[in-house]
Write a protein that binds this ligand. Structure first.
Ligand code: NAI
Ligand code: MG
Length: 358
């Protein structure tokens, strides 16, 4: 058989982004070599805050044009202490996600073996969730403005946009994902008690879409009550769908409950595959540990596994996750999850586990 080649655009960007992406590329290389059926052709892009400070833009004007023929984007983190966060986020990550209409943001969370949850008596198997975040509209549609700047009567509006098309496609994606998982369980997060327009429509569309999925048990949860349920009754949850803002917040909580933000991955997916999807760790640039060599690479390995899965290399994706789990179980852990290993120690161990697995 011919060897399959995937073109990957690597955008390490800021802070610990370059450290974890370098680690992720080592693991991807190891798993491709072990598999033998495919190779990765990686192109590095030096976009990010340094570029902004040099030239006034985080990415070139034709940036999306440069990315559009890649099979996937492998992204680090963006954000610098001396650049406002709304500039970095809207200058790089959001133009890619929204520009390629990567409308499903998929965030798996589970407690990996060897990693301790801050929740008492909760271990691997007790918390195994996938959060589906609406990634194209809602509270982050960028709709709003400011008037009378600096005056006592200054106003700022931030308008959440919910479209029938946008809500229906994310609900359908979430029901299908729930269907592909053994428990066939979906929780729709809402806030339709207080937000009586967009969120009521959100609920109605969930109800409509659910009729096409009679095998899925689903329920509806107000977002505030959801935080309580995640902490008090994690076993009751499986697949979760929420708006852009709600899922942003809930998935940080999920990451913390699973032991650290440093283990939580995310895929920004265009299910229709009109362009590349983008895979990244959930965490940001982590200024406090940048350059120390101790960033946890597990979130990046996990998102690399999501990327392989998306590319159709399910066997390699699973092999990579087995290696990560065995290294965690062996206690080779960075300081954020209670160990003393470096980024490179964990990476070397994962590559070794990939090579030596029977
Ligand atoms: P952060 O995720 O960078 O850091 C929060 C805390 O978690 C820090 O104590 C950090 O050391 C720790 N942490 C994060 N990732 C880790 C890892 N892999 N290993 C070990 N510890 C890790 O969030 P923060 O501090 O709110 O934001 C810092 C910058 O990153 C800001 O400029 C923010 O805008 C940006 N950011 C970017 C994101 C992205 O590119 N997707 C996401 C979140 C924040
Ligand atoms: Mg976030």
């Amino acid at each position: 058989d011919a060897v399959r080649t995937y073109r990957i655009a690597a955008i390490p960007a800021d802070g610990i982004g370059p450290e974890v992406i370098a680690a992720g590329l080592q693991a991807l290389e190891a798993v491709a070599r072990r598999d033998g059926g495919f190779t990765l052709d990686v192109t590095d892009f030096d976009w990010g805050s340094d570029r902004y400070k040099r030239s006034g833009a985080l990415m070139p004007e034709d940036g999306r044009e440069q990315l559009k023929d890649f099979d996937a984007i492998f992204f680090g983190a963006v954000g610098a202490p001396d650049v406002p966060d709304h500039i970095t986020l809207w200058g790089l990550r959001l133009p890619i996600c929204q520009g390629f209409d990567q409308y499903a943001n998929v965030r798996p969370t589970k407690i990996l073996p060897g990693i301790t949850s801050p929740l008492a008596n909760v271990g691997p198997g007790d918390l195994d969730w996938v959060i589906v975040r609406e990634n194209s509209e809602g509270e982050y549609a960028g709709m709003g403005g400011r008037a009378h700047r600096g005056m006592p009567e200054e106003v700022g509006t931030e308008v959440a946009i919910f479209t029938r098309t946008g809500v229906e496609r994310i609900m359908r994606y979430a029901f299908q994902l729930a269907q592909s998982r053994p428990r066939k369980l979906l929780t729709v997060v809402t806030k339709s008690n207080a937000q009586r327009h967009g969120m009521v429509m959100w609920d109605e569309i969930a109800e409509e879409v659910s009729r096409d999925f009679p095998d899925i048990s689903w329920d509806k949860m107000l977002v505030d009550a959801m935080t309580v349920r995640m902490v008090k009754n994690p076993r009751s949850l499986d697949t979760i769908v929420a708006t852009n803002l709600h899922a942003d917040i809930l998935s940080d909580l999920a990451g913390a409950l699973a032991g650290s933000l440093g283990v939580a991955p995310t895929g920004n997916i265009d299910p229709e595959r009109r362009g590349p999807s983008m895979f990244e760790p959930i965490h940001g640039s982590a200024f406090d540990i940048t350059g120390k060599g101790i960033a946890n690479p597990v979130a990046t390995f996990w998102t690399a596994s999501q990327m392989l899965e998306h590319l159709g290399e399910a066997a390699a994706a699973q092999r990579l996750m087995r290696a990560v789990e065995s290294v965690c179980a062996a206690g080779i852990l960075t300081p954020d999850v209670g160990g003393s290993a470096t980024t490179q120690d964990v990476t070397t161990a994962v590559c070794e586990a990939i090579r030596s697995e029977n």
